[in-house]
Design a binder for this molecule. Structure first.
Ligand code: ADP
Ligand code: MG
Length: 630
């Protein structure tokens, strides 16, 4: 090529798209750096590939990308020694912006919600440079034999200029003359922060430095003084992160170290899954199960999404199933384009496949852990239980797999699978209609009296004390046949499971009515409904319970489940009087009405006390009364 001299118009048939780009993309304009570095990396990988195919004989031993900025001159330069471009290639790849025409563009950008969407749709990666620059210059030299260096310059209008360039070595410099509004990018910390975000795991070494105004002693070939280039950092990235390696090459330590690299201040994860598929889509990655703290929100958005090692986003909502959002780690898929947008993710069929693949992988891993080392699995259960239950509630497919390794835990801290548990309680906890009754406690300290009464009857009590359990309980009732769950204090132990057994009735109807009247008079606390029942003589004389259905509705309304009607209702309790208890007989026989009332009050307060429901003035009154009774 002779002296290259050409002026022309970028072939988009609209007056000037750059103001549009700037205006619409302003919010996330930092991605210009990601786009340009990604292009430099692509060019580097391409020359390596050509070399390995024997199509290029030159030196590729020092492939790298350099980002250098000059605060005084207001320049950021992204340089690579990749394959470079010829003038023809610039015309083809840079000048002819890859979209069909202005009409389509103008039509579509109107609805665009973010920069990624526009850039992705129209192949404007390179042009994102104009979000931050008034003028963009390319200096490039193609790897091809006899290629001439080329310079391309454009000031953000549709006019460009191509001329002879100054590069003497293969590769490309993209020189950005930063505009007034984007001075923030001429800052070491700012650039470092962007590079840390997007470039941490790029497959080519990335160097980052500043150029000072100082002239150095040496001169270049033409006798111009060279500017001193000061490297601030050497290579800033890890070019072969573990997800690009084969699982067989890796030790536990490698996974743990990588976790630390990603989340420097976190506790070690419980375990991890190495993802690796190449059909029907490409996906690699490592997902970690963290130790779940109660602060769920803090833990979300910890999965990073990459495309060929370029960071895209940590909002993986549509790629990763909702219930796995608490996992940590990385996912890398070239099938997700670099400049992906939310609307793309939602509609893309690959993304849907990725989603179900991840669900399956997680289920398989859990099944494997359960099968291989049940004890270790049980120890981890308090942490993984949350994921598993959440998954079982939100995805039927996951439920079907997880039902074999989901555990329930009883008050004795024994773990069972759902099937095991069913078999365990069937003989004792089936009611007269053949329904299996699971009994659970949400607070083993407060509900201790009830748990003990239930245990006395031979009933087992499960612990369901995490926030998700309310939903898990409903899910189990829907999924398990002829099964119903009741909180241990939903009724007196004798009536938790409705069996046709003949309890002795010590009191006749007349006596029952009398007892009821005595207690109704004695109990001044509101919303207490007295009922005289024939219970085991060993049970307490008075037991206070709240109906399962009523309590659940109230719980739901508190969780914001829309049942606000129940939320406004007062707590209604049943006060079960054990007609078969000795004390009740004594109350009946007591002539003195005052003494009768005192005994009834005492028995009622004891019931409240055993459930931690006796506080304040009521507690003081109880203590005083107890003293006088002694
Ligand atoms: P994409 O990267 O999606 O192809 P871009 O707008 O980012 O779109 O880049 C357009 C084209 O310009 C690239 O495909 C490549 O051919 C060329 N290109 C951009 N930057 C470089 C570079 N640093 N070295 C070589 N070619 C480049
Ligand atoms: Mg690109």
């Amino acid at each position: 090529m002779q002296d290259i001299q050409e002026k022309g118009t970028i072939s988009i048939h609209t007056e000037n798209i750059f103001p549009i780009i700037k205006k619409f993309l302003y919010s996330d304009n930092e991605i210009f750096l990601r786009e340009l570095v990604a292009n430099a990396v692509d060019a580097s990988l391409k020359i390596k590939r050509l070399s390995s195919l024997g199509q290029y004989q030159g030196d590729i031993s020092d492939i790298k990308v350099e980002i250098v900025f000059d605060e005084k001159k207001k320049i950021i330069t992204i340089s690579d020694n990749g394959l470079g471009m010829t003038a023809e290639e610039i015309k083809k790849y840079i000048n002819q912006i890859a979209f069909s025409g202005a009409t389509e563009f103008v039509e579509k950008f109107k609805d665009a919600k973010d920069a990624n969407e526009i850039i992705g749709k129209f192949g404007l990666g390179f042009y994102s440079a104009f979000m931050v620059a008034d003028q963009v210059e390319i200096q490039t030299l193609s790897y091809q034999e006899g290629a001439e260096p080329v310079r391309w310059i454009c000031d953000g209008s549709t006019e460009f200029e191509i001329s002879k360039g100054n590069r003497t070595k293969r590769g490309t410099d993209i020189i950005l003359h930063i505009n007034k509004d984007s001075k923030e990018f001429l800052d070491k910390n700012k650039l470092q922060q962007i590079l840390d975000k997007y470039c941490m795991f790029l497959p080519v070494p990335i160097k980052f430095g500043t150029k000072t105004e100082q002239k150095s002693d040496s001169e270049d070939k033409e006798g111009n003084p060279k500017y001193k280039s000061v490297e601030i950092d050497n290579i800033i990235n890890n070019t072969s992160p573990i997800w690009t390696k084969a699982p067989a090459e890796l030790k536990d330590e490698d996974y743990l170290n990588f976790y630390k690299e990603l989340y420097p201040f976190s506790e070690d994860p419980l375990f991890w899954i190495h993802l690796n598929v190449d059909y029907p889509f490409n996906l690699t990655g490592v997902l970690y199960f963290p130790k779940v703290k109660n602060d769920f929100e803090m833990q979300r958005n910890k999965i990073k999404l990459f495309s060929r090692q370029v960071f895209i986003t940590d909002e993986v909502k549509d790629v990763v199933p909702e219930f796995l959002m608490l996992l940590h780690g990385v996912i890398d898929s070239p099938d997700i384009p670099l400049n992906v947008s939310r609307s793309f993710l939602q509609g893309d069929s690959n993304v849907k496949k990725i989603n179900s693949y991840i669900t399956k992988k997680v289920a398989d891993k859990l099944a494997e852990l359960f099968k291989n080392d049940r004890q270790a699995y049980e120890e981890k259960w308090p942490d993984i239980g949350l994921f598993v239950k959440y998954g079982m509630i939100s995805e039927d497919k996951f439920y079907d797999k997880a039902k074999d390794f989901a555990l329930v835990t009883n008050t004795k801290d024994e773990h069972f699978t759902l099937e095991e548990y069913k078999e365990k309680i069937k003989p004792v906890q089936t009611d007269k209609d053949g329904t299996l009754i699971y009994i659970y406690s949400t607070d083993i300290t407060k509900q201790d009296t009830f748990i003990q009464s239930a245990n006395k009857k031979g009933y087992d009590v499960l612990v369901m004390n995490s926030p998700i359990d309310t939903h898990f309980i409903s899910q189990l009732e829907q999924k398990l046949e002829k099964t119903s769950l009741k909180r241990v204090d939903a009724n007196v132990a004798d009536k938790l499971i409705n069996k046709d057994d003949n309890t002795v009735h010590v009191l006749n109807d007349d006596e029952k009515a009398k007892v009821k009247a005595v207690f109704e008079k004695a109990i001044t606390k509101p919303n207490m409904h007295v009922e005289v029942e024939s219970l085991n003589p060993d049970e307490l004389p008075v037991i206070v319970t709240m109906d399962e259905f009523m309590r659940r509705m109230k719980d739901m309304s508190q969780l914001g489940g829309g049942m606000s009607f129940y939320g406004t209702m007062p707590d209604n309790y049943k006060v079960a009087i054990n007609g078969n208890h000795k004390l009740i007989g004594r109350i009946l026989q007591t002539e003195n009405k005052e003494e009768q009332t005192q005994l009834a009050k005492q028995a009622f307060d004891l019931a409240l006390l055993s459930q931690g429901m006796l506080t304040g003035a009521e507690l003081t009154e109880f203590v005083n009364r107890s003293v006088s009774l002694i």
